[in-house]
Write a protein that binds this ligand. Structure first.
Ligand code: PLP
Length: 407
């Protein structure tokens, strides 16, 4: 008898985006003439930078000629791209990361979800609340939790984000083995200072724990005092793995390219306390289950690091940051407390009411879609997330409508 992995039955149905879709569809059916503005999803809307397009085209032409055609590439990614990443994203900021510590992949979602495979089933895991759901669900699937009770999985340690702590959770009150952190944060838009991040690194070192640092929104950081990488923090290389993505940096959500960084000095332990290199384990996992990002995609990603690519991606992110600034300004002027929207594409708003009620209010009175915070965890109740991924004109219209509806 073929049996299933029953841990999958513990998963909550993906209620959030399905419910948003249902409520939006019902509204559009009831009011076919209303023009709905979507500020809910975290997907980019602007086209790829020209430098990436050109590199992409050129790489496709290479594939059309038997002298330049390429088949399987290295599983870890081509050296031409890993060298650019190491030099530009890390060494230029004083972080001593080498090209062979970088693993190219087809998404930070996959990397964040796959990494847990290299850890024991019995580890203690600390996860923020509110949270990007992938960290939780992949550990549920792997059997590291009990069932869900009142919105929380048994066995996980939840790190609570609140208005009081500015959605930067306190250190766990007990020993943990694996810690998920994400800055700039999805969904809250909160950013972390170097000194606050140092506390987490010190905690990990003291407790022989590991931090999984998701920096998918790093390119939105404009305040140079904020860390773009956890490796800007002294002592982090032994205790942190970082995830990056070109999805938001350069509009690659549909192209798919990201990378994980596993320093060679990063360690974990066997049951008897023997040190093991995580780089070796991740390399083994990656090379066994992944056959590399496509060559044209890696060439397109490489173009981000050319002088034109750097300029064009900055213009792209600036566009969304202008949207974010407008949203933050207008919502704050209406008397709502906001987090994020500076150094982040997300604005996290204290709606002072049930998240779904606030969602319905914005939909019915302003025909604007947001994301109810409760969908990201218990601590998200009472909040909504507004995303800056849209046209500036649409954001302006959405803000004017919200102003009229709520004033
Ligand atoms: N990490 C966070 C925090 C995200 O919000 C997202 C996408 O929304 C991802 C990772 C996924 O990135 P990718 O498109 O590279 O899979």
């Amino acid at each position: 008898m073929i049996q299933i992995n029953e841990n999958y039955l513990k998963l909550q149905a993906s209620y959030l985006f399905a419910e948003i879709k249902n409520r939006t569809a019902a509204f559009q059916e009831a009011y076919p003439d209303r023009d709905v503005i979507k500020l809910g999803i975290g997907d980019v809307t602007r086209p790829l930078p020209q430098a990436c397009i050109q590199a992409f085209h050129q790489a496709i032409d290479e594939m059309a000629d038997d002298k330049t055609f390429r088949g399987y590439g290295p599983e870890q990614g081509y050296a031409f791209l890993r060298e650019k990443i190491a030099a530009n994203d890390f060494q230029a900021r004083g972080a001593d990361i080498s090209p062979d510590e970088i693993f190219l992949s087809d998404g930070a979602k996959c990397d964040n979800g796959n990494i847990q495979e290299i850890f024991s089933k019995d580890i203690k895991i600390a996860i923020p609340d509110p949270v990007y759901p992938v960290y939780v669900d992949t550990n549920v699937m792997a059997g590291r939790t009990g069932t869900i009770k009142q919105g929380r999985y048994q066995g996980l340690i939840y790190l609570e984000g609140t208005q009081e702590n500015g959605f930067i959770p306190e250190l766990p009150p007990e020993k943990v083995d694996l810690i998920y952190l994400c800055y700039p944060n999805n969904p809250t838009g909160a950013t972390i200072s170097k000194s606050a991040l140092k506390e987490w690194v010190d905690f990990a070192r003291e407790n022989k724990a590991l931090i999984l640092y998701d920096a998918a929104y790093e390119s939105f950081i404009r305040n140079d005092d904020l860390p773009k990488s956890i490796y800007e923090i002294e002592g982090s290389q032994e205790v942190a793995i970082e995830f990056r993505s070109f999805s938001k940096t350069a509009g690659f959500t549909g192209i798919r390219c990201a990378y994980s960084v596993v320093p060679k000095s990063c360690i974990a332990f066997t049951g008897d306390g023997t040190e093991q290199s995580l780089h070796a384990l991740w390399y083994r996992r990656h090379a066994t289950k992944f056959n590399g990002v496509s060559y044209p995609v890696q060439r397109a990603a490489e173009a981000i690091y050319s002088p034109e690519g750097q300029l064009q991606t900055k213009v792209l992110i600036d566009y969304y940051l202008k949207n974010a600034a407008l949203i933050r300004k207008e919502i704050s002027a209406l008397g709502f407390e906001c987090i994020g929207g500076e150094n982040s594409p997300y604005i996290w708003i204290n709606g002072r009411s049930d998240s779904w009620k606030f969602f319905d209010l914005l939909l019915e009175k302003a025909a604007v879609i947001c994301t109810p915070g409760a969908g990201f965890g218990k601590c998200g109740e009472g909040y909504i997330r507004i995303s800056a991924f849209n046209n500036y004109e649409n954001v302006e219209r959405a803000m004017a409508r919200i102003k009229e509806a709520l004033a």
